[in-house]
Design a protein around this ligand. Sequence first.
Ligand code: HEC
Length: 352
Amino acid sequence: MLKEKFVEFFPFVAYLSLGAFAFMLIAATLALLFFKPQTAKEQASKSTAWTLTLALGALAAGALGYYLMAAYDYPKMAFKVAAALVYAIAFAAGGSLSVTAGVRKTMMKSLYGLVATMFAAILFLMQFGGHEAENREFKVDLSDEKRLQHGAAVFRDYCLSCHGLALVRTNQMLKLGLSKEQLEATMLTSVDKIGEPMHVAMRSEDAKVWFGAAPPDLSLEASAKKPEWIYSYLTGFYKDDERPTGWNNIAFDKVAMPHVLWLEQGVQTLTEEGRKKEPAHRTHEDLVLTTPGLQGAEDFDRTAADVTNFLVWASEPDQNQRKQIGVGVMLFLALLSFVAFKLSKNYWKDIR
Ligand code: HEC
């Protein structure tokens, strides 16, 4: 139990702490660079601080570099970096109260410089967001429980046979507004017990032989790939007789997955124009629906959207609650800051 909680929260806490840690180190380095010691004692503590900062800095640089390389979702990453920065400023502001006025001043000055640099860096990083293959436009919407339930049902019927959601426990489905009875009747197979992870029966070694590639677990798909991409992928299958499955995909050339929703969507084929293009440059504009499916084009887009939203939800089943709690916490913090500010003013009144 404790271990699962740890696994669930560890990456988040680790990234946040790592970010804050790195920025504190940068701030400390800048402060040390500009701080002119007046006494021998200050000189000695400056040397100690340098040693410590450099040692920790080497450690943090390695870890942060690794993290930045692993995170390819730049807007999200920029947000995390910004959050870490705010954290660091709060830290530094608090810490600076206890050091001498000279250090505090230099530290604040370096922080202003750091903030400016960071904003420039964030703007720079955000440039990378839009340069992938053209995905269809998609807006994540987790507010409609009925549609999330629909996405979950489609997933159970068409996807769970190959893809697990190992990080989602079946009872978390209750958070989608299903009752326990509905959950048992509709989401579980005969062998499942409520509360077990949503594993798939197929062994991935077998799947590799059958499909040429193992269907990945999709618990974190919406974090690894953009929701736009998943939506484009689910609506992007087209007929390709050169593929073993008979299907190819706009968003994933030579994909090993068959078009499991083809009865619903119908059959799309490449246009003349699309055929001439390199696979990587093909978009949905290059597809035409040559055989209609059970659902009209609009309805199928809705179905694909529901599944996509469900996968976004599944990547973090508590995100709706987290956002609600988050608003409360921010309000509380705002109130607390106001009170703290007033109190501090009052305390210092006689001293200044
Ligand atoms: C018959 C088995 C099978 C079924 C059913 C199936 N898939 Fe797949 N899926 C695969 C395989 C195999 C791959 C790996 C494709 C590859 O690597 O070429 C895959 C890949 C994917 C990927 C891309 C993963 C990635 O990041 O590389 C997504 C997303 C996906 N499937 C979603 C779904 C959804 C949603 C459904 C239900 C509508 C579904 N799949 C049903 C076999 C299946």
